[in-house]
Design a protein around this ligand. Structure first.
Ligand code: F6R
Length: 635
């Protein structure tokens, strides 16, 4: 939520900041802003809406400049975009930028970041929430500070101003001790040349170390174009950066030595590469992302999973008596598929929790319980909080995380990276199927340590390895799904139904449809239908029914009859070769045959494509649906 970019180095800051913002836009996109240090003062522009609005404003002949910064109008006048950049960029090698997902205060220019102090000297971009901002604001107002926004962030600028004695890093150390809540911060003082600061507590922040320049960002997507060498800041750490040099201090102001990590993603992976949308690209990447998730992680002939990231916890894993999977949204639904797998094949009781509820229920936890946090971003605040809670109560904490070096990856004791590659579209697709694939590997590992036979282990591994090809076959049905969407895109309500392994996929299909098309869709475990929801079914309320030929097929078939009898239309997903379903379903999509436990990986794909086409036909912004942000770093 919210994206921060900071730049200091040998190049002009503004183009790099804008490029970084575009790459971070998926984190929040209701307003944005930049502040760049120039030889004459600070140049800052803010705009409501997408980054393109900010660019338009920067490139407009007469941009409205705000705050205490100098008037650059003479340099900005004229339609030549180059003029503006040249004018602002001459010697403007330090700056910060921000893309916002509003928490405190509506998306307005005044509330957009960077925020500044009374004198327009301290400029900062913030991700997170300052929980004690109201009491701080009252105190600062009493001291004469003038606030211009409704944000919690602005108190940081005024507090810094209050405690500033000619050295921003000294003031920052004092201020961070006063703040309660979460922050990722990038900031500078206009009077301190060649210096940029960053600080982190609870919200992610990464330093990218390029040749003669350093980029600070909320995640690596803003950095990989320039360098693959990064440093992940830890909670409480402060970075003082000047061009190619940097020093990092801990909360006690002691300088710390940090490891430089290497990002594995390549920059093309985070770009659209000819696809109209990231979401479509990511759906079509699934044969590759699943292959990457499982590569080198099994021994086929031994029917075993080989998960290096769990070796450090091998002893404790052997002794686990209960598993709790804690996660949110799509990641939780992957966890629900995992529950069915783990209980059926590994014989370990498994609960699935909304990470945001986990802390509030009094779960029975002990040293023989493992909490598995599933998260694409590795930054979801609720999931991170669940990990901390479980750790405190003595549980073993494990992670299934996509983003390497992310907070959840670091907070868990051991874990498995899902290796699905960068997921930029707000709606999660390839991360889901990879999470399910990893949960399958975990099931094989837990199972083979307990009750699972060699033959079963071998069968699961061999089927898992065949999935990339089978996903390709499902993707070949894209045109068919588009045709179905063309028939149904004007309907206002949908039920998504499935049982057992595919009941989580029904929920996931409904979530995909509602979040990107804004069409009302509800997921149901199909057995629930006649306990209430069937009352809604009529010719205007179609059902998307996930019913592969498996152990619950007959039950599903009966439910479809019940829907049909009430005039409900049915779009069904089933297994190749099933002709019977045509008697009840209006549309049928066939997936290749696989093990029942692995069907969710195949059935999820048509649900994703259906949602994509429905959203497109309704004219929605598929990659950046309204009100959402990719990484939910507030609770
Ligand atoms: C839906 C979606 C969200 C995320 C959820 C958890 O398409 O993307 O529901 O799955 O916010 O995010 P992560 O996996 O990053 O913890």
């Amino acid at each position: 939520m919210c994206g921060i970019v900071g730049y200091i180095g040998k190049n002009q800051a503004l183009p790099i900041l804008l490029d970084g913002l575009k790459r971070l836009e998926y984190r929040g996109y209701d307003s944005s802003g930049v502040a760049v240090k120039t030889a004459d003062g600070v140049f800052s522009v803010k705009a409501v809406g997408r980054i393109v609005e900010l660019e338009k404003k920067i490139n407009s002949p007469n941009p409205s400049l705000e705050g205490g910064q100098i008037n650059l109008d003479s340099r900005l006048r004229g339609n030549d975009k180059g003029n503006l950049l040249k004018g602002v960029n001459a010697g403007a090698n330090t700056g910060i930028a921000h893309t916002r997902w509003a928490t405190h205060g509506a998306p307005t220019e005044a509330n957009a970041h960077p925020q500044t102090d009374c004198q327009g000297k301290i400029w900062l971009a913030h991700n997170g929430i300052i929980e004690n901002y109201q009491e701080l604001k009252i105190r600062l107002i009493a001291k004469g500070h003038k606030f211009t926004s409704q944000t919690d962030t602005e108190v940081i600028a005024h507090l810094l101003e209050d405690l500033y004695d000619g050295d921003l890093s000294r003031a920052l150390i004092k201020v961070l001790k006063i703040l309660k809540g979460a922050y990722g911060l990038a900031l500078f003082h206009s009077d301190e040349p060649n210096k940029l600061f960053a600080a982190k507590f609870g919200s992610p922040l990464v330093l990218g170390l390029a040749d003669g320049e350093i980029i600070v960002a909320s995640d690596v997507s803003a950095i990989i174009r320039y360098t693959k060498q990064v440093i992940y800041l830890k909670d409480g750490e402060i970075a003082e950066i000047s061009g190619q040099d940097f020093k990092i201090f801990d909360a006690d102001n002691k300088q710390v030595n940090k490891n430089i990590d290497q990002i594995e993603w390549d920059s093309e992976a985070a770009e659209k590469g000819g696809w109209p949308h990231f979401m479509l690209k990511e759906i079509f990447e699934q044969p590759k992302s699943i292959a990457n998730s499982i590569r080198g992680r099994y021994v086929a002939e031994a029917g075993r999973a080989k998960l290096g990231g769990l070796e450090s916890a091998a002893e404790r894993i052997r002794g686990i008596k209960k598993i709790i999977i804690a996660s949110c949204g799509t990641a939780r639904l992957a966890g629900l598929v995992g529950k069915y797998m783990i209980e059926e094949y590994a014989g370990i009781p498994c609960e699935v929790d909304y990470a945001h509820e986990f802390r509030y229920r009094k779960a029975i936890l002990d040293g023989e319980t493992a909490l598995i946090a599933v998260s694409q971003s590795g930054e979801t605040a609720d999931t991170l909080a669940a990990v901390r809670e479980a750790k405190e109560k003595g549980c073993l904490t494990l992670g299934i995380v996509n983003v390497v070096g992310s907070s959840i990856a670091r907070a868990t004791e051991a874990g498995v990276y899902s290796h699905s590659g960068p997921e930029i579209a707000v709606a999660s697709t390839k991360a889901f199927t990879s999470q399910v694939a990893i949960l399958c590997l975990l099931t094989v590992m837990f199972g083979r340590q307990r009750q699972m036979s060699l033959a079963t282990g071998q069968r699961i591994i061999s089927e898992l390895a065949s999935l990339p090809d089978k996903i390709k076959q499902v993707l070949a049905l894209n045109d068919e799904l588009k045709r179905i969407a063309e028939k149904y895109y004007q309907f206002k309500n949908f039920a998504f139904l499935g049982r057992k392994y595919n009941h989580p996929v029904a929920f996931e299909g409904a979530l995909k449809l509602k979040e990107i098309s804004y069409i009302h869709a509800e997921g149901f475990a199909a057995g629930e239908l006649k306990h209430g929801p069937i009352a809604m079914i009529d010719e205007n309320f179609p059902s998307f029914y996930i019913a592969p030929v498996d152990s619950v097929y007959e039950k599903n078939y009966s439910n479809m009859q019940e829907i049909k009898a009430r005039g409900g239309k049915i779009i069904a997903i089933t297994t190749a070769g099933d002709e019977k379903i045509k008697e009840v379903a209006d549309e049928v999509i066939y997936i290749p045959k696989t093990l029942e436990m692995l069907t969710p990986i195949l059935t999820a794909v048509p649900s994703q494509l259906f949602a994509y086409h429905m959203a497109m036909l309704n004219g929605r912004d598929v990659d950046k649906p309204r009100n959402l942000a990719k990484s939910v770093t507030v609770e």
